[in-house]
Design a protein around this ligand. Structure first.
Ligand SMILES: N[C@@H](CCC[C@H](N)C(=O)O)C(=O)O
Length: 326
């Protein structure tokens, strides 16, 4: 057992209704510059309102971030209890909220930063696996060496199953996407990685730079749960020392509930699996996805599962006054 369990006595608050403090301690962190405010709610006592999330993530009037992550005991919320039923080791839950206050099923970069936060809190000793509940199900994290040669450890996350739409495998796309700044409507491929994505292949890096992601690309038909849109340019394949075939691609992303971000872990998984699908049999299993905020590694695992690996950084501690309720 490498993760400590929630303390049943740590909140008498756990027995009562969650409360909303006037002042909240947060830690700022990022994964390839997809940035988050992390909240230690090991007591499972915090009522975090959508308006609180919007105030915290505001880049001018607040601290600023792409999302807020609350680390809470799994047994304090229904989605956490579902994860505990899937795996009793999922005693901690990553409660992820987008900057607009909406909850999302999953955040790949966020899981890695949550793992580092859990280490900082002493909840996980960094050895073996950290088993985290998320709204998309249980995710397992372990520390690994940086495959790109950096000195700091990376975190590898078993991201679960990825899915194309029924009948969509091998297709250029199942959606039409208008990307502001580009003149022609493009095919987009829907890829579910626990949360929804639409991946669009562009001709070259000139098009990637020309795209204007300050507004959301138009996707038709409109995805029922909304979507994150990744625009990608495949960069080719090469062999790593040791012989592993590596594919590389460059990506920008417009995130549901946020806007353009400097990286998206689930988006990198969706993009790599889309490009691998388009490439056909013999395509690499290992992909480096280069985003404005850095590089992450995506690995196709047997039976349509995928792993995400990348860095995690904590940069600051702060105490924030929450907006007045109501
Ligand atoms: N940046 C995250 C994804 C966050 C959720 C996304 N905006 C959604 O609404 O699905 C990642 O690293 O995966």
């Amino acid at each position: 057992m490498t993760a400590t369990r929630p303390d049943p006595a740590a909140g008498s608050a756990r027995a009562g209704a969650p409360s909303r403090p006037e002042r909240l301690a947060v830690v700022k962190g990022h994964g390839t510059e997809n940035d988050f405010l992390l909240v230690d709610d090991r007591a499972g006592a915090l009522d975090l309102l959508p308006a609180d999330v919007r105030a915290l993530t505001d880049r001018r009037a607040g601290l600023g971030a792409d999302g807020v992550i609350r680390l809470a005991p799994g047994d304090t919320l229904p989605e956490g209890r579902a994860c505990l039923a899937e795996d009793p080791a999922a005693v901690w839950f990553m409660d992820y909220r987008n900057a607009d206050g909406t909850p999302a099923e999953m955040c790949g970069n966020g899981v890695r930063v949550t793992a580092l936060f859990a280490e900082r809190l002493g909840v996980w000793d960094g050895a073996g696996e950290l088993v985290l509940g998320t709204r998309a199900g249980v995710r397992r994290v372990r520390r690994v060496a940086d495959p790109t040669g950096g000195a700091d450890p990376w975190y590898a996350v078993e991201m679960g199953a990825w899915h194309l739409p029924a009948g969509g495998a091998g297709a250029a796309g199942d959606a039409e996407v208008d990307v502001p700044g580009l003149d022609v409507t493009r095919p987009g491929l829907s890829v579910d990685v626990g949360n929804p994505h639409t991946v669009v292949a562009l001709a070259d890096e000139r098009e990637l730079s020309a795209a204007d992601l300050t507004t959301a690309p138009r996707v038709a038909p409109v995805p029922p749960r909304g979507t994150n849109v990744e625009i990608v340019v495949p960069l080719g394949e090469r062999s790593l020392p040791g012989g592993t075939l590596l594919g590389e691609l460059r990506m920008r992303v417009h995130e549901r509930g946020v806007g353009e971000t400097r990286s998206c872990g689930t988006g990198a998984c969706a993009a790599a699996m889309a490009v691998r699908t388009w490439a056909g049999p013999g395509a690499p299993d290992v992909w480096w996805v280069h985003v404005p905020g850095g590089t992450v590694q995506v690995t196709a695992l047997p039976v349509d599962r995928v792993e995400l690996a990348g860095p995690a950084v904590l940069v600051a501690d702060a105490v924030v006054t929450l907006p007045a309720a109501g």
